[in-house]
Ligand binder design. Sequence first.
Ligand code: SIN
Length: 502
Amino acid sequence: MFAIHTLQVLKRTPARLPVRHYTQYLKEHAYINGAWVSAKDGNTFTVKNPATGEELGRVADLGVAETQDAIQKAYDAFYTWRDTSAKERCEILKKMFALMVQNQDDLAKLMTAEQGKPLAEAKGEIMYAASFYEWFAEEAKRTYGDVSPAMTGKRGITIRQPVGVAGMITPWNFPSGMITRKLGAALAAGCTAVIKPAEDTPYSALALAMIAEEAGLPAGCMNIVTSSRENTPAVGKVICESPLVAKMSFTGSTATGKILLKQAASTVKRVSMELGGNAPFLVFDSADVDTAVAGAVLAKFRNMGQTCVCANRILVQDGIYDEFSKKMAVAVEKFVVGNGMEAGVTQGPLINDKAVQKVENQVKDAVALGAKVLIGGKRHELGHSFFEPTVLADVPKEALACREETFGPMAPLIRFKTEEEAVAIANACNVGLAGYFCSNNISQIWRVAEKLEVGLVGVNESIISAETTPFGGVKETGMGREGGKYGIDEYLQYKYICFGNI
Ligand code: SIN
């Protein structure tokens, strides 16, 4: 029954989305069971453009009852979606990929309007996000099991099955990519999803629902529950505690992750968590200084420093420290700060004032402990949530900037003398997502890559995320991997079937 329905949907799906101006993606409704819905009490919340402070629009403010409804609908849809063939799921995901690519420009403008990142970066994120649909479309067909031969008169067969409804709580820093990295894997595996996007960036999530609808994804497979900052904890709790949700995937802070983990324990859910990072970026004397500066600038200031994999502490060896710090300040001085919609802008605003306060506090703390401001150091004259791209020299490792994730455009430079000292500083923290280092000494490269206590390592390279490779961390950064050939495992479980009397 369902297969016929899906095939019909595939046939009538248009090759292109109707051409839309990006403002036509400003949906006011949430998306449940293939319908665009309001909150039961009619409440909405405001979404602002962080570059101008202006209201972009209002979105349905859903609560507990609507979240339970979305979960029920995803649960009902699971029993048909899981029985589609991998090829059918692959076809729909490929259409979702193609529609994202075709609409890259407008989806990117929408993202810049609500999140602030420069348009070129937003376009890059749309392609990055779309790549997860393409990758998992292909992986859908490769969820092999196996046969165990070592039994007398019996055969043990292991198959892999979708876990069920997947709850997803996603962040504002990559409003599309962090959804598709989870959703692509879940849908490919045969799971359905209830997604709670960040309250700062609901429009990019709703645009993904429009795309899924156009691609013919059946009702109930992808549900978007939008909610305000006030309602978000209650919505998250329902997702974590519902017995109908089999799996929970969260990207966000370690503090929130710990709360969600406790809630998910009540139903012993499968969880994957990609939480905070405090990435070290080590530059050894053997490195090429210009390449290292370019890499550090990219690793630190991408998305205005608001990525979990951003270089958070830049450790530079004594022999090249002075040259490196001068060149880093010169490179950062060239940034153009402004509204990400404007041509030539390389640094947009931070997401909100709370984010600015955090950077401001870290700068004050570091300076009080003896750090020198090489460039920047304060709120930008453009106002709103703009902060000057900042480089601080001689930051002591006790400073907040070294102990906490900054999530903003500030690079603290730390001087070190030996490899052992650098690795010890790098590993002296409770989280471990990304780590980077620059070296041209092959023995050192092997040693340091193996010793860094992180899930991702960039060696002479600072852009390391890709749909083809596993993303995730160690320690309090969480558990599970997204992307790569491992990403789909998070949404599958093993079942052993014993065939007897053969
Ligand atoms: C993140 O900041 O959580 C994601 C960054 C990435 O995928 O590169």
